[in-house]
Design a protein around this ligand. Structure first.
Ligand SMILES: CC(C)(COP(=O)(O)OP(=O)(O)OC[C@H]1O[C@@H](n2cnc3c(N)ncnc32)[C@H](O)[C@@H]1OP(=O)(O)O)[C@@H](O)C(=O)NCCC(=O)NCCS
Length: 268
């Protein structure tokens, strides 16, 4: 079940204090969510500061510090598949990224959803009820599985281009990039750039030695504003400088705790 709460000025203040931005699809200054609009979230949601949810509608989902999404990956209201993604830190999710919806059963004589007993769904419930009345006849319908799809797990520093579809249950490794228009059906290794339908590895962002060092350092556990470097440093220089800072005790992890549904429900 998704919780829906109407945005009050107290909730706006709470989101602001916790540095959670909920924006419309425009990047203009006054595109923030307004009092009276609705935010939705599941019972298990974990939100973190310095994140941006930027799409029409405001279904929130798990996303780590310094990540933003221009796509709603929080599941459809009324569907079973509610909390279907976990996104790490420093991730960039473009527009029109989707997680596959539920599969239809390929082994029955038809994939039609009219075979399922779903009285609560307006479409199937109405159509089947009308037709069984007209015919004075019904057949035994199939029960719809209540199993939720396994979540998509997205690592840290992942960039997902626009118009990408992700299969439930896949894992996208730290540092990976998904090219625009891809349909990702399998796990993506760390620092791979994958593309196509189905997505295949195009290349890796860095050579193996660099990737191993980055996975060892796990720089995303720090606040990048504490790094004594320039964003333009070559990757080898970046690794040297970070290692040096860590060895000298001049960097410490920055792992703020989550904001949960319990906190948000106080604003009902
Ligand atoms: C993947 C991407 C980053 C390109 O990276 P690049 O290093 O410049 O790669 P190149 O253009 O040199 O292409 C490398 C190979 O990948 C292929 N490729 C590039 N984009 C691809 C895509 N979307 N799907 C499939 N293959 C793709 C190229 O055809 C090329 O293939 P080849 O080696 O057989 O010739 C870019 O194509 C992309 O998809 N960007 C996402 C843009 C976006 O959605 N932005 C949203 C704003 S957040």
């Amino acid at each position: 079940m998704l919780h829906h709460i109407s945005v009050s000025s107290a909730l706006l203040d709470f989101l602001e204090e916790n540095r959670i931005l909920i924006l419309n699809s425009e990047l203009t200054k006054d595109s923030s969510i307004q009092i009276g609009e609705t935010i939705s979230f599941s019972k298990n949601v974990e939100l973190f500061p310095y994140t941006t949810f930027q799409y029409g509608g405001a279904t929130l989902f798990d996303m780590g510090v310094y990540s933003y999404s221009r796509s709603c990956l929080g599941g459809d209201s009324g569907r079973s598949n509610l909390q279907n993604v976990k996104i790490g830190r420093y991730c960039s999710i473009a527009d029109n990224v989707r997680i596959f919806q539920a599969d239809h059963d390929l082994q029955k004589f038809s994939t039609s959803t009219y075979l399922y007993a779903m009285p609560s769904f307006r479409r199937e419930g109405y159509i089947v009820k009308q037709r069984t009345k007209e015919r004075s006849k019904s057949i035994k319908l199939s029960r719809m599985s209540q199993n939720t799809s396994p979540p998509v797990i997205i690592g840290n520093d992942v960039w997902i281009g626009s118009h990408v579809a992700l299969r439930p249950g896949i894992e996208i490794g730290d540092g990976a990039c998904i090219a625009t228009g891809s349909v990702v059906t399998k796990n993506v290794p760390p620092y791979a750039v994958v593309g196509g339908v189905p997505a295949k590895v195009i290349k890796y962002r860095f050579d193996k030695q660099i990737v191993d060092e980055l996975l060892d350092i796990k720089w995303w556990n720090y606040d990048f504003l504490d790094f004594d470097l320039s964003a333009n440093d070559r990757i080898e220089v970046f690794i040297e400088k970070i290692k040096h800072q860590i060895e000298n005790g001049r960097l410490s992890h920055w792992l703020p705790g989550p904001i949960t549904s319990k906190h948000l429900l106080e604003f009902i």
